[in-house]
Design a protein around this ligand. Sequence first.
Ligand code: F6R
Length: 649
Amino acid sequence: MCGIIAYVGDKYCKDIIINGLKRLEYRGYDSAGIAILIQNEKVIDKEQQDKEKEKNQNKDNNKNKDELIELIGNEPGNSSAVKILTAKQAGKIKDLEELLQGQNFDSHIGIGHTRWATHGAPTQINAHPHSDCIGKIVVVHNGIIENYAELKEELIQKGHKFISETDTEVLPHLLEEYKDGDFLLAMQKLIKRIKGSGAIVALNSDFPDEIVAARIASPLIIGIGKDGNFVASDMPAVLEHTRNFIIVNDFETIRLKKDSIEIFDIDGKLIQRDPFKVNWSITSAEKSGYEDFMLKEIFEQPFGIKETMRGRLIDGNLQFEELNMTEEQIKNLNKIQIIACGTSSHAALLGKQLIERWARIPVEVEVSSEYRYKDPIVEKNCLFIAITQSGETIDTLAAIREAKSKGAKIVAITNVVGSTVARESDSVIYTHAGPEVGVCATKTFTAQIIVMYLMALYFGKITGHIDKEKYAKIIEELEFIPNKIQLILNDADKIKKIADHLYKYRTFLFLGRLSGLPIALEGALKLKEISYIHAEGYAGGEMKHGPIALTDTNTTVVGIVPKDFVYEKMLSNIEEVKARNATILTIATEGDDEIQKYSNYVFYIPSTIEELYGILTIIPLQLLAYYIAKNLGRNVDQPRNLAKSVTVE
Ligand code: F6R
């Protein structure tokens, strides 16, 4: 999970790295650190530095500053003229930035890290970068070194000194062991010794004009800039400098200088790889006046949906060339297996209903973390679909590998071009939601749902199970969906007012049936992950089999009750909880006056056809979670204990 950025070039590196870390903070935010090479101790702006020092003199935390910022490399045995400035801090990037105020050294090469702790608490000592014994080598790392205990023991026997509780600290010491020859060679030896996962980036004061890096199963990209080059965990970190990227693959090592990029395979052979260009803009990775990324991303949904439909829904016809499947192959499918985690698994559950209804192909949905360990049966003529917004979720990746090893052909649905899942799949359907920075998935979810709608219709048409009129009607209605979502967003204030009343409740039950069920699960997930209130999603009809015992005056029930196939059934379920004194919020179709009798609060959505309500009903639930969390003073973009892409098991 963690985020990494490194830069080598003509510009001063400190601010480039700090700004890059801010854009990566969604990956981990419990501590952060930076290391820059100092060729000479010339300060860029001495006057400014003195002023800031003076200003900081009175601050309490200033007494610790010397411990937090260190010029390392003065240790006995280090003959290098170049020194390394490191600064590490528990807390957010802004704390690190404050710490570094006034440290304006003339440095053009550096690395930075924002951490999501796996081994060792989120303390200053455990924050990255970590260094070798004499302060020549510094390393940042995203991943887990599974054999670190054994490596640490071996290194201690050889006299290496460790100071942190992290698995990462073995890496600079291993590089120190392998220091003969050039630095890249040391990295190439290192990746053969470690088990687990890692994007590893290192600096060495003996090689002051190069960054070396390696990738084993954690994302790493190279950004090619005009005034220098970058390595980072993710493209938004460097979008303000470049849109030209190269993806680093597993077991590759790289050497980056200000005017050269070299990529090597596991055997140390130089590889040629062409860069690609992304059309994401920097404003799409910024808040653009919204208070939080999450709110901005909720409001971007009409656009993300249109973009995801673009090129696939043309003049009432569906095109799915990316699937790489002939009509014959689709007709011959006897099963579809979908795997995903979290929010993506809710899109999968909705997709199952749609594909089964319109194409009559049986669909099984399984969370990736279960699928991978169950010795799955991969049948002939079964299509395997993996849904993952980040394309990096380790459980989903492992499930794909398991299925592939048993002969499955994989179709990935992801939002990130060049992500690991995209590269390891046989075909990829990209959602075009734009970069999602808030940890809580919103616009990527609705873009996934759109892909599910389009794919189910496409399969339905080919298998001949959806009648022509119905098909045409759904397609026509789909084109109105972005505008209908916009209408809901225009009413965001109404949800805010409801949230102002409901935020004090400690238990929320979200009830839905058919398409309402995955939405109930997703609504509950949104609420719990950003507000930390206990929330569960249930099938309306299941309440009487247990959960209704929870209902009393302290419970809020959110009923998803659009005018769909199960409207009447849902009314009965809502009545049951109302009779037990729960407070009821219903999400209902405009013009439904009847629902008022059952509800303390109603939020109306525009009407659509039965099967399409899922994508409309989720919007008020995202807003509800957002406003409740804001009422409680939560950090909605960076909820506690979570990270945007889950690259550890
Ligand atoms: C919830 C959320 C997570 C992710 C899950 C899978 O808001 O974001 O539940 O959906 O971690 O992530 P991806 O889709 O990247 O595989």
